[in-house]
Design a protein around this ligand. Structure first.
Ligand code: ZN
Length: 319
């Protein structure tokens, strides 16, 4: 661990201690064929949403939009600067369902997949989000790598891309986040990471709260993984009280250093700036006051500040 660890944000590398209260799974911009009609690409709406996030007491968001799903690097940096919300952006590749069969991501070689991810972290995200045949570097660098798995399994294509993302995480020193379907396949994801030389402690498993099983979660964190409970405010899945119970039980078991929080608003209809809900600010606005009443300020600070800062810190001498 570096004495003064840095976190890579879209506006530059920031001392981890300055990151502040962090929402660990968001999408500032997104467009996916899997979510047709739910894309959001408007920079002024994004700024409006981040202003609400800021007003709810959140200082930083981790944007887990992957390559080819509507990342807008220049707009992301501009919106972050305009709102004062730190943004850690992702590179990497989502699960199969988010890419059409003819998308280059589905056909690329291991080397091609790896080159794009490492370039996004080291040199700056591609300005066209790798849609143009001409590489054009933006000044905004990615600070986390994301991969995705299917329900209960990792497909062949997902395994290749996960292995690539693991290698890129080892090479660059940034952390890896992995989408799980309804919280499944976590142990398999950790097996792939470890086989590639990435310790489980550098892996963030997303959507584990879709399967609020304390014992299964305890097994994953005992292997070293960090879990993001990122369906806050998604009442169609379960009441938030279930998520509050889950946080409380994990804290009681001593796993406060392995849990972070987010809302993962991945649809336009979930954004207040587009007239929807619950909004990206639901975490600070509604959930955190309830969590504070349950577990106290100190525990909330661990999930919201300490663990994200530790996990997102660049490892080694990342350039
Ligand atoms: Zn997401």
């Amino acid at each position: 661990m570096n004495a003064h660890p840095l976190v890579r944000t879209v506006t530059g590398d920031l001392p981890a201690a300055q990151l502040g209260r962090t929402d660990a799974h968001e999408h500032v911009f997104l467009a996916s064929p899997q979510l047709a009609g739910e894309e959001f690409q408007d920079p002024s709406k994004a700024a409006e949403e981040l202003h609400l996030v800021r007003a709810s007491g959140i200082d930083a968001v981790v944007d887990l939009t992957t390559i080819g799903l509507g990342r807008r690097p220049a707009d992301l940096a501009a919106v972050s600067a305009a709102t004062g919300v730190h943004v850690v952006a992702a590179t990497g590749y989502h699960r199969d369902a988010h890419y059409r069969g003819d998308h280059w991501v589905q056909r690329a070689t291991r080397e091609q997949l790896l080159r794009a991810v490492v370039a996004d972290v080291r040199d700056g995200m591609d300005a066209s989000d790798w849609t143009s045949p001409f590489r054009e570097t933006s000044p905004a660098r990615a600070g986390i790598i994301k991969a995705g798995a299917s329900y209960q399994r990792i497909s062949r294509g997902e395994r290749l891309r996960l292995e690539v993302c693991v290698e890129a995480a080892v090479t660059t020193g940034v952390a890896l986040a992995v989408h799980t379907e309804v919280g499944t396949a976590g142990p398999d994801v950790l097996d792939v990471a470890e086989a590639g030389g990435l310790p489980a402690s550098r892996v963030l498993l997303a959507h584990l709260d879709r399967n609020p099983d304390v014992e299964a979660h305890a097994d994953l964190v005992q292997r070293g993984a960090v879990l993001v409970y990122d369906t806050v405010g998604r009442i169609k899945y379960r009441p938030d009280s279930v998520l509050l119970d889950l946080c409380e039980q994990m804290l009681e078991r001593g796993h406060g250093a392995s849990i972070v929080l987010g809302t993962d608003v991945g649809r336009r209809s979930m954004l207040r700036s587009h007239g929807g809900g619950p909004g990206m600010d639901v975490l600070g606005r509604e959930f955190l006051p309830r969590l504070r009443r349950r577990v106290g300020e100190h525990a909330v600070t661990r999930l919201l500040v300490d663990t994200p800062a530790r996990f997102l810190a660049l490892q080694g001498d990342a350039p």
